[in-house]
Design a protein around this ligand. Structure first.
Ligand SMILES: Nc1ncnc2c1ncn2[C@@H]1O[C@H](COP(=O)(O)OP(=O)(O)O)[C@@H](O)[C@H]1O
Ligand SMILES: [Mg+2]
Length: 495
């Protein structure tokens, strides 16, 4: 088990106590910062709704026009601060007045405004600034030539919620998972779960399901943010991007520690209903599994996750991960706010629908059943097989299965994914996998333990077996433990 820097747990404990009595300076500071953040947002929203009520129709149309133009350029709707700046500019306010109105630094307002004017200038083909913004848009509105009728731009409806979709997968082609979606919606909306892990083998559909779910429940939240941990090393840390979304007025101090950011995030989770999805979360649990030294960033993410499960707030964090965090296992329960759902494979009908969305693939009913069983209903593996079939046999899957070495061909195509999953296992987990692959038949727990006995890791046997079951690499059956056929062939090919 990893040891987190002690101070963070002390702070979490204090945070819980602080709800009754504000006992520490750190927390008071945080609390004040949070109050300030809430005031900022409330002020902006108040200002927006007041001016909407007061504004005459023309002002409203001009404002909407500017908003549409910029949203068009940005590909997403404006945030509250950008909206407040447009409004202020229309009302001939100085940046100083705007800053006062919305309790934000003048410098930050100027930076955001400069970006807005730049985008408008690009769209309109002439220089736009605060001074000529109103007259220029009025002119454009009179000429009625701003929005080209040929474009299929859809004006966006006013949207005061804040969403940041990151690289969320497209879910326009999505089949099945009805029961899972119902269960997860209930956990989020009725049971107010704070932390949900979607676990399962690579390619089983964790990200696709999380994306579908996010789209379905997004309107229940004030803030929605999707991030993949694969991108973490490439850009700003997730805390910074979360805080920026939560509080566009406030500049994030570059020297702020990760722990401090974590605390600000949790405070915000208390006062707002936020949905955060961290895709590929196994990347932050991997180091603890392979007994490597965890980086500070990984440890802090683990802390974030644990804190979100342990502390009281009104937000929800969803993780997708090939396996569950050991630390969270003990916090989980069907009546507790921390839960997990292990994804199983899809049915023959669902796989057929997914593949038919690509091409009209054909196979005999027996071959369809064989395939879905062999690849454990894994849509990624079956998509890889389908693509090979399209190239070689004009979508006739049964013909592909006639090749004696078809399994080897697909294993080669899947090797990168399989290697990655296998290599992330601990030595004991690998040993268990090898014994199960060699045995071919299911093994009882006592036999498996004898076969994999290592004095150095005796006490870790149960933990390792549970990890393998949770990541869907090992299956329980009434006859004992076994591997899915495709996994068995892969492990045997590595022995
Ligand atoms: N229910 C589904 N309907 C349609 N396609 C799906 C479904 N589930 C998964 N897929 C597709 O299968 C592939 C693997 O899914 P993904 O969500 O990336 O798996 P994971 O996140 O578990 O590795 C993707 O191409 C995805 O679009
Ligand atoms: Mg994924």
């Amino acid at each position: 088990m990893q040891n987190f820097p002690e101070n963070i747990f002390t702070i979490i404990k204090k945070m819980n106590i602080q709800r009754i009595s504000n006992s520490t300076n750190t927390l008071q500071k945080n609390h004040h910062a949070q109050e300030r953040q809430s005031v900022n947002l409330t002020l902006i929203e108040k200002q927006l709704s007041n001016s909407t009520k007061e504004s005459d129709e023309r002002e409203y149309r001009i404002y909407n026009l500017a908003e549409s133009l910029i949203s068009w350029v940005q590909g997403k709707s404006l945030n509250n601060l950008q909206k407040a700046i447009l409004k202020g500019a229309y009302q001939d306010k100085t940046y100083e007045e705007m800053a006062e109105d919305i309790n934000c630094s003048e410098g930050h307002i100027k930076d955001v405004a400069a970006d807005l004017w730049k985008q408008l200038s690009e769209k309109l083909g002439e220089k736009v600034g605060k001074k000529n913004f109103k007259s220029l848009l009025e002119r454009q509105l009179n000429a009625n030539n701003v929005l080209n009728p040929q474009t299929n731009y859809q004006p966006q409806t006013a949207d005061y919620t804040n969403k940041s979709w990151g690289n969320i997968p497209d879910t326009s082609i999505f089949y099945g998972r009805k029961q899972e979606l119902l269960t997860l919606e209930k956990w989020i909306i009725e049971d107010h779960c704070r932390l949900i892990t979607l676990s399962g083998m690579f390619g089983i559909g964790k990200s696709a399901l999380a994306a579908k779910l996010t789209k379905q429940v997004q309107d229940r939240f004030d803030f929605v943010i999707w991030r993949s941990l694969i991108d973490v090393s490439q850009g700003e840390d997730i805390f910074t991007s979360i805080l920026k979304l939560f509080n566009p007025c406030e500049e994030i101090d570059a020297s702020m520690s990760l722990e401090h950011k974590l605390l600000s995030v949790i405070e915000f989770f208390r006062t707002h209903r936020c949905l955060v999805i961290l895709d590929n979360a196994e990347l932050i649990f991997e180091c603890s599994k392979s007994n490597q030294q965890c980086s500070l960033e990984c440890l802090t993410y683990q802390q974030l996750i644990k804190c979100i499960g342990m502390t009281e707030h009104q937000s929800c964090l969803i993780l997708t991960s090939q396996y569950k965090s050991k630390e969270l296992d003990i916090e989980e329960g069907i009546n507790l706010p921390v839960r997990s759902l292990q994804l199983k494979g899809l049915s023959v009908e669902e796989i057929q629908e997914i593949l038919h969305a690509i091409e009209p693939f054909w196979a005999t009913p027996q071959d369809w059943s064989f395939l879905v069983e062999y690849y454990a209903g894994n849509p990624l593996m079956l998509k890889v097989l389908a693509v090979h079939t399209r190239e070689l046999f004009e979508c006739n899957i049964s013909k592909f299965l006639e090749i004696e070495t078809h399994q080897t061909l697909i294993l080669i195509a899947l090797r990168d994914w399989l290697d990655k999953q296998f290599d992330s296992l601990s030595n004991l987990e690998k040993l268990i996998m090898r014994e199960l692959a060699l045995s071919q038949a299911p093994l009882k727990i006592s036999d498996l333990q004898k076969k994999t006995f290592l004095p150095s890791s005796e006490e870790h046997f149960i933990e390792a077996l549970i990890n393998l079951i949770q990541s869907s690499l090992v299956e329980k059956s009434s006859f004992g433990f076994k591997l899915e056929p495709v996994i068995m062939d892969y492990v045997n090919s590595r022995i």
